[in-house]
Write a protein that binds this ligand. Structure first.
Ligand code: ADP
Length: 485
């Protein structure tokens, strides 16, 4: 694949420790493939226990120096990394599309969005606050300061290979923490390229390590068991999040968890349908539907459902499917065969239960892991996809008649990450957004992620917030000093 030779120039395909790519201690490698063709892109070092412990040794060696580095200097490094990343938008976007499959336009968008966490937290690094106040009894003073938590393990998923890393690395570095990243096995290349960018930006050796590997637990379990690690931050499935929380309990680690979602997308009878359709395109089709904020259940009022379903089906049927790096492509492949099988099973189950296929409904013959953009109407609420994440280009439309019914249905899930609602009635918008058990709500819009806002879920969707002024506190411990004077 000579046209992709640039990967060799851009990506250090080793284990990234102490500012350089090295072979895995075992000498092993694993392959990273293009989901649009199934072709191998490159081999990458396959890190294991020994590499993980070496990375932690490095992190611990420099942790106190990094914590003592002036916030202004930490900010300057983050800012430089952001500038270099943006300068390389085209190369990084192509890399991301190659390993993950999304279109180049979406990958460019992710470079901008993911990069923004570096800029945002460079600005937060110099605003870590504290407090000095008189104790109520008047006999003393209360001094409150914030301190970096210590070495952090960040475990990231494949759906946003850059942004899911930067929104952990940005605040961790800004706070003065060292970070060890375990990127997803499907998409380790973007994170390795980012590590090289940080080195270029002047990040001291050892502060950031990247451990690509085919056996996640072989890397993470020894780190979680080591008392020197102080925090784990994870984005991925609720199943793995629970495993990590159990392991984190032994050393009482700080934890941040961004887990699964099952986002309701509610279109009331008074909604502006053009706006709701635009919102649905974004909330359902962004990232090919492979996002934890993706609209998993579209509840459309029965009086407008037919019009919404037919117009949405028309929009989806017009999407051009193909490799994300080819021109004029709107929708790339799914990440792998396993994911395509899951999507196929969920669609077959819904159709068997009585859902009406308005467009699509089937996987597309290989090579690559493509699935037709799909609209299912009148899906019964008993279908598996009503309670499980679809993670693909499949829109499931459910009818409803009353506000009380749709709010109850929307909340009838163990998840609570994102929710969307469309109405022109401000009173209803605020009432329903209060009633939704969800960490984030979009009103009359289908995209809510913003580095300046706290991203996070409630219930089994997770713990903690990423982004906003809240994000850095996930990486800071509070110390109270009692003074007498
Ligand atoms: P998905 O289902 O979207 O692939 P996962 O939760 O399986 O999400 O994966 C998210 C991240 O968690 C990836 O980096 C993956 O390698 C890692 N991971 C998967 N299983 C484990 C595990 N048992 N322990 C630690 N990390 C894991």
């Amino acid at each position: 694949m000579s046209e992709f030779d640039f990967i060799r120039a851009l990506v250090p395909t080793g284990v990234w420790i102490d500012g350089a790519a090295v072979a895995a201690q075992s000498g092993g490698t694993f392959t990273v493939s293009d989901p649009a063709t199934g072709d191998v892109l490159t081999e990458v070092a396959d890190a294991g226990r020994e590499d993980a412990l070496r990375a932690l040794d490095s992190a611990c060696r420099v942790q106190s120096d990094w914590a003592a580095t002036a916030p202004r200097e930490r900010a300057a490094i983050l800012r430089r990394a952001w500038e270099i990343l943006l300068d390389r938008t085209e190369e990084i976007a192509l890399l991301m599309t190659l390993e993950m499959g999304k279109t180049i336009a979406e990958s460019r968008g992710e470079v901008a969005y993911g990069g923004e966490f570096l800029r945002w937290f460079s600005e937060e690094a110099v605003r870590i606050g504290g407090r000095y106040t008189t104790a109520p009894a008047g006999t003393g003073r209360i001094l409150v300061t914030q301190h970096p938590v210590g070495p952090v393990l960040a475990i990231t998923p494949w759906n946003f290979p850059l942004a899911m890393g930067t929104r952990k690395i940005g605040p961790a570095l800004a706070a003065g923490c060292t970070v060890i990243v375990k990127p997803a096995e499907d998409t380790p290349l973007t994170m390795l390229a980012l590590a090289a960018i940080f080195a270029e930006a002047g990040l001291p050796e050892g502060v950031l390590s990247v451990l690509p590997g085919s056996d996640a637990a072989a890397i993470t379990a020894p780190l979680l068991a080591d008392p020197r690690l102080r925090k784990v931050t994870f984005t991925g499935s609720t199943r793995v999040g629970k495993l990590l929380l159990r392991q984190a309990a032994d050393n009482v680690l700080r934890t941040s968890m961004e887990l699964g979602g099952n986002a309701p997308f509610i279109v009331f009878e008074d909604a502006d349908l053009d706006q709701a359709l635009e919102g649905a395109m974004a909330a359902k089709m962004r990232n090919g539907g492979e996002a934890c904020t993706s609209a998993n259940r579209l509840y459309v009022h029965n009086s407008v459902r037919e019009e919404f379903a037919s117009r949405f089906a028309e929009r989806l049927a017009a999407l051009r499917v193909g490799p994300g790096y080819r021109p004029n492509v709107d929708l790339g492949p799914l990440i792998n065969e396993r994911q395509r099988t899951t999507v196929t099973e969920l669609v077959d189950d819904a159709v068997a239960a009585g859902a009406v296929v308005r467009t699509g409904g089937k996987p597309i013959e290989g090579p690559g892991y493509f699935f037709q953009p799909t609209v299912l109407d009148n899906v019964p609420r008993t279908a598996r996809m009503h309670r499980e994440e679809i993670f693909g280009p499949v829109a499931a439309i459910y009818g409803f008649d009353t506000e009380a019914d749709v709010v109850a249905a929307a909340n009838d899930t163990e998840f609570g990450l994102a929710a969307y609602l469309f109405t022109k009635d401000l009173d209803r918008a605020l009432r329903v957004s209060d009633a939704l058990e969800s960490g984030m709500v979009g009103i009359n819009r289908g995209v809510i992620s913003d580095p300046a806002a706290p991203f996070g879920g409630v219930k089994q969707s997770g713990l903690g917030s990423e982004g906003g002024s809240e994000g850095i506190h996930e990486y800071l411990d509070t110390k109270y000093v009692a003074l007498t004077r």
